[in-house]
Write a protein that binds this ligand. Structure first.
Ligand code: NAD
Ligand code: MG
Length: 392
């Protein structure tokens, strides 16, 4: 039986992964090693029981007792805290879903790769933060990284059997998020509630807000570079309000290969779960005649000031990705806490990158875990200062 672990099992991607495991036979078909979550203890315990996991881990030490109690009378081990999650990731497994949100997914992802697993990577932040480290770790340990982000899964599928040398450009689509049709003058006053609803996808709150600001697309542009090794000039973003085409790959002969599918993450998760085979998946089949037409536009820089930062980050290189992601996470915390307005998130991140760009450590330091964690910490501090000076 295939040994599988899910990091972030109680989140949106985690739940969709569990749904697919259950449909493909659950505990009778998979040997589930570790499941991890946060404060949603009852749900984590229920998942662990249903899938007969070896261990359930909450990232919050203060939730240990509650989890222990919820799993009393079972054989399931219980642990808590970031180190316990890293230890769980070091347990041998054949397939590991990396679906923690934020840079907190980096260390568990590295630990999983060190044991030579196949890592299904939803946690785009780890690629943005430390792409070269992650990919080198995979190579060194004979591990495989499969993309789970829908756009990257689409690119990956369009590239099957192709030669990378023949790739001219990679185009990822963006729905445009919650505010794609809002008057730009209203964006500064957008509320948390308004930013937390997505027109097409049902996702966790943080990525939903990042979709409204297009910080999510900025992360994904960097993710394309790190995953597929293309030059930043070869990456394009196209607003496509229907979210049915997820990505396109353009080749040197002018051909464009597009990947279409319903906006349902179970497609990309299922592709990574069954790769290199395809299995029947419970996603809607598209009726293109009924859909009638698809729309496209160029992203508007005034509406999405966060997007262009991706190219600045790629140009700087080195640890700029780690600084960018950390500043973005702190700015997002600031917006969620009501410290700054919606558009100020991009200002905070830009100010942080400016403050750190004079720092030679950003470009000269090697991308190892210590340096990455150090710059992550520093960027959060700088972002905090920027938030204080921007606070309304
Ligand atoms: P979510 O907020 O729904 O779930 C996050 C999971 O991570 C939860 O299980 C939570 O308990 C856990 N978690 C949160 N903070 C943690 C920490 N500090 N340490 C350990 N665990 C922690 O998020 P999501 O929408 O499922 O997104 C997960 C990842 O997948 C993100 O990197 C996101 O960008 C990516 N992704 C999500 C979608 C989607 O449709 N939701 C699509 C593409 C990519
Ligand atoms: Mg995506």
């Amino acid at each position: 039986m295939r040994r599988v672990s899910i990091f972030g099992s109680t989140g949106s991607i985690g739940e969709n992964t569990i749904d697919l495991l259950m449909r493909q036979g659950g505990a009778d078909a998979f040997d589930v090693v570790a499941l991890t979550g946060g404060r949603n203890i009852q749900r984590l315990a229920d998942q662990a029981k249903a899938l007969r996991a070896d261990i359930a881990v909450t990232c919050y030490p203060e939730c240990y007792d509650a989890l222990k109690q919820a799993l009393a009378g079972t054989q399931i081990e219980v642990a808590a805290g970031a180190d316990a999650i890293a230890d769980a990731a070091a347990r041998p497994a054949d397939w590991v879903m990396s679906a923690i949100v934020g840079a907190a997914g980096l260390v568990p992802g590295l630990k999983a790769l060190e044991q030579g697993t196949t890592l299904a990577l939803a946690n785009k932040e780890s690629l943005v933060t430390a792409g070269p480290l992650l990919m080198a770790t995979a190579k060194q340990h004979g591990a495989t990284v499969l993309p789970v982000d829908s756009e990257h899964s689409a690119v990956f599928q369009a590239l099957v059997g192709e030669d990378m040398a023949a790739v001219e450009r990679v185009i990822i689509t963006a729905s445009g998020g919650a505010f794609r049709d809002w008057p730009i003058k209203d964006l500064a006053d957008a509320t948390l509630e308004q930013a937390s609803s997505h027109p097409n996808w049902d996702m966790g709150q943080r990525i939903t807000i990042d979709s409204a600001s297009m910080f999510n697309k900025a992360l994904e542009v960097i993710e394309v570079k790190e995953f597929f090794g293309v030059h930043p000039d070869q990456i394009e973003v196209l607003v496509h309000p229907e979210s049915l085409i997820h990505a396109l790959v353009g080749f040197c002969d002018g051909a464009l290969m597009a990947h279409l599918g319903a906006p349902d993450m179970r497609h990309a998760i299922g592709y990574a779960l069954n790769w290199p085979r395809r299995e029947k998946l419970p996603v809607e089949r598209l009726d293109l005649a009924k859909i009638g037409q698809l729309n496209f536009r160029t992203p508007d820089g005034a509406r999405y000031p966060a997007l262009h930062l991706a190219w600045d980050v790629m140009k700087t290189g080195g640890l700029a990705g780690a600084a960018f992601n950390a500043a973005k996470e702190r700015a997002l915390d600031g917006f969620i806490a009501g410290e700054i307005g919606f558009l100020q998130m991009a200002d905070v991140v830009e100010a942080t990158l400016d403050a750190l760009s004079g720092d030679a450590g950003l470009t000269n330091a090697s991308i190892n875990l210590d340096n990455v964690l150090q710059i992550d910490h520093l960027a959060r501090q700088r972002a905090e200062q920027a938030i204080r000076s921007q606070s309304r």
